[in-house]
Design a protein around this ligand. Structure first.
Ligand code: LLP
Length: 431
């Protein structure tokens, strides 16, 4: 359930007409709904009632400071995967003892920053990483609270690019090697064993892969305890899918019931790091139609957003509903069109066969369910600067990341001495 609905024929974000934001801010832009973010966080945490669970929003899904702060205000922690995300979480007001640092490769600087901040847990994914972390921690005179991320060899049956828990994936430590690595970790100076972590992928649409991964993780946890390790935390990752088209993923309540039955008996404190589930339906990408072009086989609706702004459709063949901002009249004639951006690649398409009502240059459209893995994955390809992000709350909205200008981009580039002295290059660079 989201809060992007038509009111008087106009698509609104909560009580704010999208058109108003477009007129003020320009297009394209991402627009997020506070009420939707809050609702998703509450529904998820309520599904875990009775468990000692900490929900760490997976910041990689949407790392805007205002989005993180909205969730932090409700008590959310953060799952981060880089020094940059760590900084964002801290700046947005997430207490350090609610931050978990995951990822298959961390630099020593990132490790040091996490240790200095005093975060809850660093999830380690290999023996060499464990050794690096021990060194960094001892050089700082600290102890790193660690979880070891295990690879349970479970197929999440998701898109191949976002499946992480199979043995051939780069993630985690094979279950068979985990006990030995914990044995080593327990003896290392600078390391304190705190937990176990698992994450098998994203956009998972059935409970079965979770059940299997959790069962294997629970078994390992018991074995580790029998080995004498003080396992306090079990981090179950994220991954619960959401509907983009007509999928019917398990509900948070069903997921929560599974966690309770498989992991509950361990009596551990739990970390869950959902990203998509919280932010996906809480955002849309708004774009303006530049023109409609009649192609040899079908019409192209060319819009001012492109694959650099939103890469999910081309990268994962992901379906995102495309709707007109002005509601089409009942019975209006619709036509099958391809909605594309202006970038010079045939892959720059948002939907190859979409039924849209008559649409013309100047009209606004919205790509739904773009709140997760949207703005965060944008690039400046084709020198198309990053676009703004807007957060709505009830009848108010705020630009929470401003549009970058081309001049901002160029200001970060310099000509080397041998070119800067050449008059032609200088003239061309406008300097
Ligand atoms: N925890 C860990 C350790 C993760 O690696 C991820 C996502 C999450 C939690 C959050 O997963 P979620 O609840 O959002 O499924 N860019 C891709 C998704 C990549 C997910 C990477 N890891 C997409 O647009 O579909």
């Amino acid at each position: 359930m989201d809060h992007f609905q038509y009111r008087d024929g106009e698509l609104c974000a909560e009580a704010v007409p999208i058109r108003r934001i477009a007129d003020d801010v320009g297009t394209p832009f991402y627009c997020y709904s506070t009420v939707t973010l809050e609702r998703h966080y509450r529904v998820f945490t309520e599904a875990l009632t009775g468990l000692d669970a900490l929900v760490c929003f997976s910041v990689k899904a949407n790392s805007n400071l205002a989005v993180i702060a909205t969730l932090a205000n409700l008590g959310a922690g953060a799952d981060v995967v880089s020094g940059g995300e760590l900084k964002r979480a801290l700046v947005a007001g997430v207490p350090a003892d609610r931050i978990v640092f995951a990822g298959v490769g961390k630099t020593t600087d990132e490790m040091a920053a996490a240790l200095k901040a005093g975060i809850l847990q660093i999830n380690v994914e290999s023996a060499p990483e464990l050794e690096m972390l021990a060194q960094v921690a001892t050089s700082l005179g600290r102890e790193a609270p660690i979880g070891i991320r295990v690879n349970p060899d479970v197929d999440a049956h998701s898109h191949v690019k976002i499946t992480t828990g199979k043995r051939e994936n780069k993630f985690g430590v094979p279950l068979a090697d985990a006990r030995e690595l914990y044995r080593r970790a327990a003896k290392m100076k600078g390391i304190r064993v705190a937990g176990v972590a698992v994450h098998i992928g994203s956009q998972i649409l059935t409970l079965e892969p979770f059940r299997e991964a959790f069962r294997r993780t629970a078994e390992l946890t018991q074995a580790l305890r029998a080995d004498g390790h003080d396992i306090r935390w079990v981090d179950l990752g994220g991954g619960l899918g959401i509907p983009y088209e007509n999928e019917t993923p398990p509900t948070p309540a069903e997921y929560g019931a599974l966690v309770k039955s498989v992991i509950g008996p361990l009596g551990c404190r739990l970390i869950l790091d959902p990203g998509r589930l919280i932010a996906g339906n809480a955002g849309v990408l708004v774009s303006r139609v530049l023109l409609v072009k009649a192609g040899a086989t079908h019409d192209f609706v060319i819009v001012d957003a492109a694959m650099n702004d939103f890469i999910r459709p081309t990268l994962y063949n992901a379906h995102h509903a495309i709707v007109p901002v002005r509601e089409s009249a009942d019975g209006a004639v619709s036509k099958e069109v391809e909605v594309v951006g202006p970038v010079c690649e045939s892959g720059d398409t948002f939907g190859r066969t979409r039924r849209l009502p008559a649409i013309a240059g100047g009209d606004l459209i919205a790509l739904r369910t773009a709140g997760a893995y949207g703005a965060v994955m944008a690039s400046a390809y084709n020198t198309r600067p990053l676009i703004p992000e807007v957060l709505v709350r009830d009848d108010a909205y705020a630009v929470v990341r401003e549009r970058i200008s081309v001049d901002d981009m160029l200001a970060r580039e310099t000509l080397p001495k041998w070119l800067a002295t050449g008059t032609r290059a200088k003239r061309k660079a406008g300097r």
